[in-house]
Design a protein around this ligand. Structure first.
Ligand SMILES: [Zn+2]
Length: 69
């Protein structure tokens, strides 16, 4: 089991288990919330929690379409 731990105040820690359905990031294009599959994100061996951003489905689609033009 993996979890994140954050000290909210000197007397309070918040611990949240990481599952495949509770990890999110913000789409760098439109700012909406994107659900992340960490296993998939790191499956290429080059995952980087700081340097990686994930576009939402709509933005990925329009980016792909722009590339094809
Ligand atoms: Zn987006």
């Amino acid at each position: 089991m993996f979890y994140v731990k954050e000290k909210v105040s000197p007397s309070l820690d918040v611990t949240v288990e990481i599952h495949d359905d509770n990890v999110f990031c913000t789409c760098p294009e439109c700012g909406c919330e994107v659900e992340i599959d960490l296993a998939q994100l790191f499956s290429d061996g080059e995952g980087d929690l700081y340097g990686t951003s994930v576009f939402c489905r709509d933005c990925s689609k329009s980016k792909l379409e722009a590339l094809r033009k």
